[in-house]
Design a protein around this ligand. Structure first.
Ligand SMILES: C[S@@+](CC[C@H](N)C(=O)[O-])C[C@H]1O[C@@H](n2cnc3c(N)ncnc32)[C@H](O)[C@@H]1O
Length: 286
């Protein structure tokens, strides 16, 4: 049986935030990644590199929603179906805003919106979002209205730290052409992602999530997802920048159990740089 779809609840969302003495809310850090934890506004992984690796082979992709950059870059690289999942509803909202903004805004307006999402105290102070309000899916538009004073896009470092991930002029023009409607979103913890899936994908990108899991949890996740990768398709586990790959070994080791099912590779973006990003790739062979 497929699991039921979760419906968001503004009171539950507000309860995840704590008010400080000056009345400003912040997310309860004890919750970690949760149903309403703040979204990132830019990815901290090199999704440009990783989505490019499967450019000619990734027609159908399933990826974390994150900041929205993962699905946006896969679509830019030619994927026809890009479905997303995330434990946080705020990730869906950030992704919806960014994909609507790409259609309507100039690149400069888009970039300044990303900085404002991270830095402004109220979403209603971000005029670029007001300009695209009617293009955002209704549930996301309602969410930002109700959560106006909550820091729903405050995760991670400020965008200045990830500036190289901002799209170039050429990429932005390609994104405009490639994105026609909001990405499908599955609101779930990765543990039960499989129970929502209805099709096989060419690529499943588990970007910057497995690092937070134990080898046992990683194994379970791979078992649950492997039937949703088409033969010769890939499960990619990507790590964050600056050597945030503390669990890289754990994932590589957990992957070894799947040798009979997949070819397993470890790729580093720049072999000369110790901190360079790594991915573990499982390619299904049977
Ligand atoms: C660690 S963050 C890194 C930044 C992210 N890749 C981006 O593009 O901004 C990864 C994303 O995974 C989501 N996430 C973390 N743990 C998860 C889990 N157990 N199941 C589903 N999503 C999860 C977070 O909500 C976040 O959006």
């Amino acid at each position: 049986m497929k699991s039921s779809v979760k419906i968001f609840n503004i009171n539950d969302a507000k309860k995840e935030y704590i008010k400080t003495s000056n009345g400003r809310p912040f997310h309860n850090m004890g919750l970690g990644f949760s149903y309403y934890s703040p979204a990132y506004v830019l990815t901290n992984e090199d999704i440009r590199w990783v989505s490019g690796l499967t450019k000619t082979r990734a027609n159908k992709v399933l990826t974390v929603a994150g900041s929205g950059d993962q699905p946006i870059f896969y679509a830019m690289n030619g994927a026809k179906t890009v479905d997303t999942f995330d434990i946080s509803f705020c990730a869906k909202v950030a992704m919806d805003i960014k994909s609507a903004a790409i259609k309507k805004l100039t690149r400069d307006e888009y970039i300044s919106m990303i900085f404002d999402m991270r830095n402004k105290d109220k979403v209603s102070d971000i005029h670029q979002i007001s300009d695209i309000a009617t293009d955002i899916p209704q549930n996301s538009a309602y969410f930002i209205k109700e959560m106006d004073e909550y820091p729903i896009f405050s995760n991670g470092l400020s965008p200045e730290s990830y500036i190289e991930i901002l799209p170039t002029e050429e990429e932005f023009a390609q994104m405009k052409k490639a994105i026609s409607s909001p990405f499908k979103f599955i609101w779930t913890d990765i543990n039960s992602l499989h129970s929502h899936l209805l099709q096989e994908y060419d690529v499943i990108n588990l970007s910057n999530i497995l690092e937070y899991m134990t080898p046992e949890q990683i194994s379970k996740t791979l078992v649950s997802l492997r039937n949703y990768v088409r033969p010769q398709g890939y499960i990619i586990a990507q790590t964050g920048s600056w050597g945030i790959h503390r669990n890289r070994k754990a994932f590589y080791e957990a992957s070894q159990k799947f040798k009979h099912w997949a070819k397993i590779g470890l790729l580093q973006q720049n072999k000369k740089k110790a901190n360079s990003e790594m991915i573990v790739v499982l390619q299904r062979i049977r």
